[in-house]
Design a binder for this molecule. Structure first.
Ligand SMILES: C[S@@+](CC[C@H](N)C(=O)[O-])C[C@H]1O[C@@H](n2cnc3c(N)ncnc32)[C@H](O)[C@@H]1O
Length: 303
């Protein structure tokens, strides 16, 4: 591999025991398309990871150029995910997670956060990017109660019927469904709403949904158009929506804490807004949060 194919300086998401991260001069795994930017690998780059290739980094850098806050968006989004998972295990008593659009392994993966509280928590990761499966399988080789499926959110019924999912998840018990930074990769809003309700209908009362989504922001409209154009050249385009549009995916859920709100304002209740903690994942400066064009929320399925 040429030097230009090697990863960034940060080894944040080197996979312990897994395939060597990019940057060590190794070839990519077979059947991995490195010529087209992939949204999972661009996100990995935003987070400072090394599971990305030259095409991903070039695309990601084009976005950083017009929207420098995008790295913060990724970090604050991760903080939302981590805090939600911790709360779901510690406070809501959830012991099963389905994480769709899970992304490449990084720091504080869902199973690590959840199983550090209770080692018996079950986690199923789902992603349609084959590199996610390759890296996650290596990471999870010695991790019981956790599995990864290469599958597509666009066919939720097929996903729900997957044997690996059925073997791992007891659908008679509450489940947390994570749809974190993934529904914006479904371009049709009606279809995205249908996908969400198909998945919610499969879960028993007392289950939870954890959702985040990139939003439109009038103030940075031009930059967002340029960023969307870059995504349109990647393996998946992105569709930015307003808070009101994203609220359709939250319909029927009982909001927890602030409910569906901008990432900067989100809180599970008391103490408020853990996103303001300076723990290396998210910078302390709250003013940086104000620039973040994304919404998030946790909701409960009550029937
Ligand atoms: C921005 S990353 C988010 C990762 C993680 N959920 C987080 O928020 O930190 C989006 C992930 O969704 C995956 N993805 C995009 N479209 C998908 C689809 N139709 N089905 C399954 N996964 C998808 C991408 O491959 C990528 O790994």
């Amino acid at each position: 591999m040429s030097k230009s194919e090697t990863g960034g300086e940060n080894s944040a998401n080197a996979v312990p025991g897994g395939p060597s991260p990019q940057g060590t001069g190794e070839q990519p795994p077979p059947d991995i398309d490195t010529s087209t930017p992939h949204v999972a690998r661009m996100y990995d780059y935003f987070l400072g990871g090394k599971s990305n290739y030259a095409a991903d980094r070039e695309a990601a850098e084009q976005i950083i150029k017009v929207m420098p806050q995008v790295r913060n968006v990724a970090r604050v989004n991760r903080r939302f995910l981590i805090d939600s998972v911790r709360w779901l295990v510690e406070t809501a008593g959830i012991r099963q997670f389905i994480d769709i659009g899970s992304g490449l392994p990084t720091q504080q993966n869902v199973h690590e956060v959840a199983q550090s509280i209770d080692k018996d928590v079950r986690v199923v990761y789902v992603d349609n990017d084959p590199l996610v499966r390759v890296h996650a399988e290596a990471l999870l080789a010695t991790t019981p109660n956790t599995t990864v499926i290469e599958g597509d959110l666009r066919d939720p019924r097929a996903l729900l019927e997957r044997r690996e999912l059925r073997e791992h998840i007891d659908f008679s018990q509450p489940v947390a469904l994570l749809l974190v930074a993934v529904l914006h990769f479904i371009d049709d809003t009606d279809e995205a709403a249908r996908i969400a309700s198909t998945l919610y209908d499969a879960l028993p009362s007392g289950s939870y949904v954890v959702l985040s989504h990139a939003t439109t922001a009038e103030r940075i409209k031009g930059a967002q158009q340029e960023a969307v154009a870059v995504y349109n050249r990647a393996n998946s385009g992105i569709t930015l929506r307003s808070l009101a549009e994203v609220a359709r995916f939250f319909e029927g859920l009982t909001p927890v804490g602030t409910g569906l709100t901008y990432l900067a304002d989100w809180s599970l209740g008391d103490p408020p807004s853990p996103t303001r903690r300076d723990d290396g994942v998210v910078p302390l400066d709250p003013s940086t949060l104000r620039d973040i064009p994304g919404v998030c929320g946790v909701g409960r399925i009550d029937r």
